[in-house]
Design a binder for this molecule. Structure first.
Ligand SMILES: Cc1ncc(COP(=O)(O)O)c(C=O)c1O
Length: 450
């Protein structure tokens, strides 16, 4: 009864996979926030190094992973693939459940897969300061870790509600030498503007992004790093799916269903895109399911439209599933899934019918995560619990239908810094939030006319 499927370090992918090469229709263009005309690579240079801008637009199928990045990846990669024998037994399902575990990285999630190359390319172009946002704290931790390896000063704007919920995330970022600030903050003009209107604002990823971008554009030696959403971030995360493909072959199985949780879309794309590309090139076609919170239902109830990536409207306009850039979701515990938008590439793939999406409320997800922990041992991050719930529901469907399908899901992070959320769940203090149509329509009424 094999439980772990482990790759040798020599089997780690040497190239990332780019879904743009295999898409039947290209991505809609990114628009300049002022002119509303397609942007040029030059427009992005105040924010990102040239190498990452190039990765943003490339349609090459494979992009070389630089040797120094591979060297660092080897600290935790290849990541293990597990067969969830005990969970299968607890569910009484004939399905075979596999999970790719990304929680073994130094930050505890998939986020360092892109933090390391982003810091590497910035350092190659002489950048010594990076700014960023973080929701759950996983991304801020990852970029802080990457900054410490490449000698880059990192300033992290952490969404205020999670800054207060998770003081130890900040302590880890500081351990890596970074500065972590609660957002909205007094450090930026936009932060001060938000606080003037509401001194108790709980923050949002959209606001934190505006603060980080504002600092970066003011100083040519500072650039901005984003932990999700952008094409290059999704590209870096494909190491997850590429490894999983080899591991599924080791297990002599191929997934019928793949499940991932979606905040900005990067861990989902990481596991799903290599399989989607394989199917687009004529390979087997698994069903792919994206799971999001009902409290931030971007893919299931958002509009596919051009919108800003941030609340301060400093970023370019991208076509994506959005709830409106002013949308402030409630302070529910999956802090990493509280973004108003979705990766343009994930949104485009959704429009092309390449995967399906569903949403769950947070209590259902904690219940699923606890069942998982009691059988498999790992306590998932609240974000990852959405994928666990999705996989469990698929396994229960298999039980009803008497099918022994192969289910693969991405366990994108552990929840060791999220135990306050678990405590609230056990104390019966969590509530579920669903939006009525009127609330959603209000949030969407501010979409830019494009
Ligand atoms: C553990 C974890 N999972 C998922 C996410 C959501 O991001 P993405 O959808 O880009 O994977 C986050 C974001 O912070 C996270 O920390």
């Amino acid at each position: 009864m094999q439980t772990k499927f482990l790759l040798d370090e020599t089997q780690m992918p040497k190239r990332w996979y780019n879904l743009q090469a295999d898409l039947p229709e290209p991505l809609p263009p990114v628009l300049h926030p002022g002119t509303r005309k397609p942007i040029t690579p030059d427009d992005l240079e105040p924010l990102f190094p040239k190498a990452l801008i190039q990765q943003e637009v490339t349609t090459e199928r494979e992009v070389e992973i630089p040797e120094p990045v591979q060297d660092i990846y080897r600290l935790w990669r290849p990541a293990p693939l597990y067969r969830a024998h005990r969970l299968e037994k607890a569910l009484g399902t004939p399905a075979k459940i596999f999970y790719k575990y990304e929680g073994g990285s130094p930050a505890g999630s998939h986020k360092p897969n892109t933090a390391i190359p982003q810091a590497f390319y910035n350092r190659e172009e002489g950048i010594r300061r990076l700014t960023t946002e973080t929701g759950a704290g996983q991304w801020g931790t990852s970029l802080s870790f990457a900054g410490s390896l490449f000698d880059i000063d990192v300033t992290v704007f952490q969404v205020s509600v999670s800054y207060n919920q998770k003081p130890y995330r900040r302590a880890v970022m500081e351990t890596y030498g970074a500065r972590c600030v609660a957002s909205p903050s007094e450090m930026t003009q936009f932060g001060r503007q938000v606080l003037a209107q509401n001194p108790n604002h709980t923050g949002s990823l959209g606001i934190a992004i505006s603060e980080a971008v504002e600092l970066a554009v003011q100083d040519p030696s500072t650039k901005y790093a984003l932990g999700s959403v952008l094409n290059h971030v999704l590209l870096h995360q494909t190491v997850i799916g590429l490894e999983s493909m080899k591991q599924m072959e080791m297990a002599d199985c191929w997934p019928d269903v793949i499940v991932g949780c979606t905040g900005g879309g990067s861990n989902f794309a990481g596991i799903a895109f290599p399989f989607i590309g394989h199917a687009l090139r004529g390979g087997e076609q698994p069903r792919i399911v994206a799971v999001e919170p009902s409290a931030c239902p971007t893919l299931t109830r958002g509009k596919y439209a051009y919108d800003y990536g941030d609340t301060g409207h400093m970023t370019p306009l991208t076509k994506m599933h959005t709830l409106g850039s002013d949308f402030t979701p409630p302070g529910f515990h999956a802090g990493g899934l509280r973004y108003h938008g979705m990766a343009p590439l994930v949104s485009h793939a959704k429009e092309l019918g390449l995967f399906e999406a569903r949403s769950y409320t947070q209590k259902q997800c904690f219940e699923a995560g606890i069942l998982f922990a009691r059988n498999e041992g790992i306590v998932p991050a609240p974000e990852a619990n959405h994928a666990v719930k999705g996989a469990i529901d698929e396994a229960l469907r298999c039980r009803e239908e008497g099918k022994s399908e192969v289910i693969l899901f991405n366990l994108c992070g552990h929840g060791h810094f999220d135990m306050a959320a678990y405590t609230s769940y056990f104390a019966g203090e969590l509530s579920d939030h669903e939006y009525d149509d009127q609330e959603l329509a209000m949030a969407l009424s501010g979409l830019p006319p494009v």
